[in-house]
Design a protein around this ligand. Structure first.
Ligand code: HEM
Ligand code: HEM
Length: 187
């Protein structure tokens, strides 16, 4: 497996395995699994837990001063892995119906994943140590204008990516509360 984009290859492999299980379930029941049925629920819950991990763990590690629990590089790779596999499972949970708030939550999920790819592209343009600390090269003066522009782009990107994440989780919690109350508990 290529080591450069390891997290992307691992995500792809996991998505292929999940798709195989999904196709098996569709063939077994001769129907698309409904979002509120056992299988639909399970993939929704696991996918959402992975998304919650995406939202929180990398930020915790980034702000941890001691930093004894794994390199930043590892945690960003883990962020990207859970940030791809989680939304993919949630997409299969939707049963391909996108009405109302749940549909809007799905749209926000897709937007944050696309935004993540853009952020990953900008992030990797900035030279860093294994622990994510920016490396300032002594000869930076020669290409400093380009690097300064990339840093500015990353901070603008942060200012967009983070509010989308917050809006997504607010919408997701309302959807989960409403879906569990009306479609599961009061059924
Ligand atoms: C970001 C995470 C999630 C998204 C984007 C999402 C999206 C959706 C969508 C699009 C539907 C179909 C709505 C329709 O019929 O038009 C749906 C249904 C449903 N979701 Fe989610 N979901 C998420 C997480 C969850 C979680 C974690 C749970 C459970 C704890 C859950 C429980 C349900 C249930 C029970 C239904 C069926 C509702 C019904 O039968 O009317 N969802 N979801
Ligand atoms: C459920 C999906 C996702 C959520 C909720 C999410 C959320 C976040 C949040 C809250 C941050 C800010 C971390 C911080 O500075 O404290 C962040 C940063 C970042 N995310 Fe995501 N993300 C998701 C998916 C992705 C994906 C799929 C990718 C790449 C393909 C990605 C790449 C990045 C990158 C490169 C950063 C910047 C790291 C840095 O500047 O330190 N994200 N994400």
């Amino acid at each position: 497996m290529p080591t450069r984009n390891k997290e992307l290859w691992l995500s792809l492999l996991t998505a292929v395995i999940i798709t195989a299980i999904y196709i098996f379930v569709v063939n077994w029941y001769h129907a698309i699994p409904a979002a509120g049925d056992f299988f639909g629920h399970i993939i929704g819950v696991i996918g959402f837990l992975l998304m919650l991990m995406t939202e929180t763990l990398y930020s915790f590690r980034k702000r941890s001063r001691k930093g004894r629990w794994g390199s930043m590089q590892f945690w960003l790779q883990f962020h990207i892995f859970t940030g791809l596999v989680g939304p993919y499972m949630v997409l299969l949970h939707t049963s391909w119906k996108f009405n109302g708030l749940a549909g809007a939550t799905t749209l926000l999920t897709i937007i944050i994943v696309i935004s993540g790819f853009i952020g990953r592209y900008i992030y990797t343009r900035i030279p860093r140590s294994l622990d994510g600390i920016e490396i300032t090269d002594p000869g930076e003066a020669t290409h400093a204008a380009g690097l300064a522009r990339t840093r500015r782009m990353l901070s603008i990107w942060h200012a967009i990516h983070i509010p989308i994440g917050i809006a997504l989780f607010v919408a997701a919690f309302i959807h989960i509360g409403a879906a569990l109350t009306y479609a599961t508990l009061l059924r």
